[in-house]
Design a protein around this ligand. Sequence first.
Ligand SMILES: Nc1nc2c(ncn2[C@@H]2O[C@H](COP(=O)(O)OP(=O)(O)OP(=O)(O)O)[C@@H](O)[C@H]2O)c(=O)[nH]1
Ligand SMILES: [Mg+2]
Length: 299
Amino acid sequence: MTDSTSRCGYVALVGRPNVGKSTLLNHILGQKLAITSRKPQTTRHTLLGIKTEGPVQAVYVDTPGIHKDNDKALNRFMNRTATQALRDVDLVLFLVDRLRWTDEDQMVLERVQNVRCPVIVVVNKVDRQEDKRELLPHLEWLSKQLPEAEVVPVSALHGQNLDHLEQLIAERLPEGEHFYPEDQLTDRSSRFLAAELVREKVMRQLGAEIPYQVTVEIEQFSQEGPVLHIHALILVEREGQKKIIIGDGGARMKKIGQEARLDMQKLFGSKVMLNLWVKVKRGWSDDERALHSLGYHFD
Ligand SMILES: Nc1nc2c(ncn2[C@@H]2O[C@H](COP(=O)(O)OP(=O)(O)OP(=O)(O)O)[C@@H](O)[C@H]2O)c(=O)[nH]1
Ligand SMILES: [Mg+2]
């Protein structure tokens, strides 16, 4: 945009799990802020990622993937969180994965059709689409579902077409003063981000089911001289899960710790000493009170 009008607004990233919402946020910010993994339902909380460039401030809201499975309190919390984020934003980015259209995409589409603000449909992962022409009928079909929306193919992972996307976003933000100082990156605390990085490594290291039964609490977070001391507690549902996370002779736990520590050092710009523990807390993911005390609540 060439004009110097001050613009600012909230931009929700919504879609079913695994379409690349958090990856897109990180690429736009040029920094790893949101956790990502190949497993669905990685993101559990909304997270603001703020990008200020000259007169334009876009406040991105990363959300949990909207999914069908609603049987546990944690799943209900995640779906409610994502749906609520659609309410108070100025622009919605509806992410889909190339031609893969599922019942969950349909669920999200129906919610997005009801929003009042502008919508951009972001067709992600096009780097994986060998024959791009095959996309065209689907892009047209998407346009018909949301006639007012722009439909934009991108690769969030490789940064393809993101300049164009950001341009479209900027043009759709309302005029107004910026909500946040220009150097602010997020609304979340460093403690929150540290817990998420540990959870990401657990998500990435473990097989199919256990990651969904894991949450992380930060017990200590203190700067002592040049070193950040972080103690994180990994909570699981069952004794057997604890053994799997620890691994043979503590090998898996060590790997989780090493990888999380490296990411923390990058994010916080400080040397980090990280201590991890694993504890069993039965039933936490289906217990409203336990969820609340573990940080799964609305502000
Ligand atoms: N090839 C390719 N992979 C991508 C792209 N964007 C995301 N991915 C991969 O897709 C997977 C899911 O990405 P996430 O960003 O965690 O997806 P999400 O939509 O935030 O998922 P939830 O938080 O579970 O709702 C990860 O393995 C990413 O690396 C892309 O443009 N191309
Ligand atoms: Mg995510």
